[in-house]
Design a protein around this ligand. Structure first.
Ligand SMILES: [Zn+2]
Length: 399
């Protein structure tokens, strides 16, 4: 699924109508959740049926397109099923009992309720929410009309700090012909350098949050000083939200471009499968770890690995920084020791460079083992539940 995004341009009345529609989505989701809490043994199908009951009981719900209503019920089910999964797998810590939502920001339409105008620059929302026709603002080279209409599976309207956006979920594959380079690489993500690869190259950490911290703190103070519920507080909050959005976008942009460069210039990439949610429990490093945005970076590396057809291999994070990459001896060192000096073979390397070499060696050993048995590395796509989860956590923090 490819996502194409545009900013929406409309009148003040249209924005208000979108806010109203977003509130209806939230209402339906919360109603579904209430039903599940009150009556045990509710299935996904029951929630779908409950949508039509809601539409009968509450005239306001009928304004929203019927498939969008169902999508809202699906969201409730998503929260419920994740809770069930966490309980079944005995996930350590909190299980994520579903909560009522109060700050919903999006509506999801499926294949009805909207219409693309023939000029490809306008979208009309045709349901009863009276949103009407909105202009699409975006890169002129990005042409959503180039895809047949039945490939557009989802249309999502998202409210952000600086306006309203529409995302088109298009069912299409993006494949890039990868130019073989014959290079294999292991990467070690860190706080000092963004990442260090097994050839000893480093990419500097941009630390966007640290750079913006003073500005953000000032804006945060402005919000705290204003009287609660006042118009000035609302204004100050808006400024703060925009500043956060800017940091979030800078981070995303950097992660994406770095990942693209990395994948397009290598034929195999190995990375350490970090448990980021465990690491951020260290409060001294939490902010720096979130600022580094490893989760986002690694998920882009994986995504580009799929489009370039380059294997991305996750390696268990045990002893990668302690072991000597030359002879395999264990050299104990604390986090503050930045150089690896082997006591048995005398190798001197940067700490992260040594770790990156170990990660590559581990990945190669594991792919060889798999190739003998199954023909292809099992975890070549690099999908692991833990990184996905922690990434969600991170994006929440960032937003
Ligand atoms: Zn050694």
């Amino acid at each position: 699924m490819l996502i194409f995004e545009y900013k929406l341009d409309g009148s003040r009345a249209q924005y208000a109508a979108m806010d109203e529609a977003i509130r209806i989505v939230q209402f339906i989701r919360n109603k579904c959740l209430r039903l599940w809490m009150d009556e045990r043994g509710i299935s996904k199908n029951d929630l779908q049926c409950y949508c039509s009951v809601l539409a009968k009981d509450y005239p306001i719900a009928t304004q929203l397109n019927s498939q969008a209503r169902q999508a809202s019920a699906d969201r409730a089910w998503f929260a419920i099923s994740r809770f069930y999964d966490n309980c079944k797998t005995h996930k350590p810590g909190k299980k994520g009992y579903p909560k009522f939502q109060h700050n919903n920001r999006s509506i999801e339409y499926k294949q009805t309720g909207w219409k693309l105008e023939p000029d490809g620059k306008h979208i009309t929302l045709t349901d009863g929410c009276d949103i009407g026709c909105l202009r699409l603002v975006g890169n002129p080279k990005q042409k959503i009309t180039a895809f047949p209409l039945d490939q557009i599976k989802r249309v999502r309207i998202v409210h952000r700090a600086d306006g309203y956006y529409v995302q088109f979920g298009v069912k299409a594959e993006r494949a890039i012909v990868h130019q073989p380079t014959g290079k294999q690489v292991g990467i070690d993500v860190g706080l000092k350098a963004y990442y260090t690869d097994s050839d000893g190259n480093t990419v500097d950490n941009p630390r966007q949050y640290r750079k913006a911290e003073r500005k953000l703190k000032r804006l945060q103070r402005q919000v705290s000083r204003k009287q609660k519920k006042s118009a000035n507080r609302k204004k100050a909050r808006k400024h703060l939200a925009r500043a956060h959005l800017q940091v979030q976008r800078q981070r995303e942009d950097f992660a994406r471009k770095t990942a693209s460069t990395l994948v397009s210039s290598h034929d195999l990439i190995a990375y350490e499968d970090l448990q980021i949610c465990n690491m951020v429990r260290n409060h001294h490093l939490a902010k720096s770890i979130h600022d580094a945005g490893w989760g986002t970076f690694l998920s882009w590396v994986k995504a580009y690995g799929v489009t370039h057809n380059v294997p991305i291999i996750a390696v268990a994070p045990h002893f990668t920084s302690q072991e000597c990459s030359a002879c395999g001896a264990l050299v104990k060192k604390s986090l503050s020791v930045r150089t690896h000096i082997c006591t048995s073979c005398g190798v001197v390397l940067d700490r992260d460079h040594n770790a990156a070499l170990n990660i590559l060696a581990k990945a190669l050993a594991c792919t060889l083992g798999h190739r003998e048995t199954s023909g292809s590395p099992e975890n070549a796509s690099g999908q692991t539940a833990s990184t996905r989860l922690s990434q969600r956590k991170m994006s929440k923090r960032a937003g």
